[in-house]
Structure formats: C-alpha cells, structure tokens
Design a protein around this ligand. Structure first.
Ligand SMILES: [Zn+2]
Length: 226
C-alpha cells in the first residue's frame, strides 16, 4: 500500500502541477472521444497503451471484457456505462479490447477451474458463443493457440452484444458511432484490430478497418411514405 500512497504523493507534487490547466478545464465537464471496454487485468492499461490524457477515454473494465447483451440478467453496470458514454456523452468510438494471456479466457476454456468462483462462472457465461465457435471449429490445436483464438472470438462476440444496446443501435444506424475490436499483446506491446469485412485481426494503424464500417439511415420525406 505504501507504494500506492508514494505514487499519489509524487503525482500531487510533480505531475498535477504540470497538468493543472487541463484538470481545471476538466473539473466541470468531460467530452471523451471513446468508450474503452477492456478486461480488468492489471497489465492492460488503456491510458498508457493509447498515450491518452485525462478526459480522453471513458473506461469500463470487466473480467474478460464481457458485455452482456441488452436485457440479460447481469448487465447492470456495463449497460449503464455504455448508455452514459454513448447517449449522454456522445462518444464517437467504442473500443472492445481483449488481450493475450487472459485469465478469464483461460477459465472459459477450462470451466472446471471456476468451481470455487461461482460469480465469475456466471459472469463468463457471456463468452459461451465465443467458446463454442472455437471448440467446434478449431479441433486438435494446443492450448495456447486455442486461448489466443478464444480471446479474439470473444472480442467479436462482445461487439455483437454491444450492438444490442439501444443507445448503440440508434447511433450506429445514424452513422455516428464506430465500433472497434482490439487485441493487446502484452509481451510485445502490439495491438491488432478486427477487420469485419476480412473477418480477421490485423496490425492497428491509421487506415485500419473497423468492426463496423459507418452506415447511414435512409431519409424519407413525407411524400415517400405514400
Ligand atoms: Zn483478461
């Protein structure tokens, strides 16, 4: 605990004064660019890996970066975070970020390890679709490869769940929101991103495809309905 308190004291003494104007601007309002939904894993640090400043990212962390579909029993805090970021704050991007060596995904592959963790076991039922995709379509692969594939499939599955949330669906339809699936590689610091049209993950760069290409709704005039 002393390490954390020492860290705060250094922040207050050295870092805060350098960003005093930024914090003053942020004191009464926020206007983040993106909602960043990622795993609770301590090795995934969204602000660090995107070099973001306070106020840039609205972050929601859940074990296994799970996003329960709208209307499902345990959606609670995640649904509220999505609604607030997308509807109230008007973020333009939602990033669902999984990662390598994910303990939650490992547990999804080996549910017997969750027998003493009933809450986690129930929560990770949201990964059932991804588990099924991997176990039924990739037979005979070693555990490490299955774990990687599951973490990728889980990102894709959680993006599908994300689309069921009303605030997301409405803004997607207006072409005002883009969804992104990222995979953070802890050992190398790389990020790969999901290209929905190609159906695969590729290195993140400017011009990388998104998980949901922008679209527009049709605009009817009164006469069109006749
Ligand atoms: Zn994880």
């Amino acid at each position: 605990m002393n390490k954390l308190i020492d860290g705060f004291l250094r922040f207050k003494k050295n870092v805060f004064p350098q960003k005093r104007a930024l914090f003053r601007d942020l004191a009464g309002a926020q206007s983040p660019t993106a909602l960043f939904i990622t795993c609770a894993d301590s090795r995934v640090v969204p602000d660090l890996i995107t070099q973001s400043q306070p106020g840039d990212l609205f972050i929601c962390r859940t074990v296994g970066n799970q996003i329960p579909p709208h209307g499902s029993a345990p959606e609670g805090g995640v649904a509220s975070s999505i609604e607030y970021a997308v509807h109230a704050l008007g973020v333009q991007h939602v990033i669902v970020c999984g990662h390598s060596d994910c303990g939650a995904m490992n547990a999804v592959l080996h549910p017997e390890r969750l027998k003493d963790l009933p809450s986690t076991n129930a929560w990770l039922k949201n990964a059932a679709a991804a588990r099924s995709v991997v176990l039924e379509n990739y037979v005979g692969l070693v555990d490490d490869v299955l774990l990687h594939l599951l973490a990728e499939e889980n990102i894709v599955a959680q993006i599908e769940n994300l689309k069921t949330h009303p605030a997301v669906a409405a803004r997607l339809a207006r072409g005002e929101l883009q969804l992104h699936g990222w995979f953070y590689h802890i050992h190398s610091g790389d990020i790969t991103t999901y290209d929905a049209q190609a159906g695969r993950f590729a290195p993140l760069d400017h011009g990388s495809a998104t998980a949901t290409p922008p679209r527009r709704i049709y605009h009817f005039s009164a006469g069109d309905a006749a």
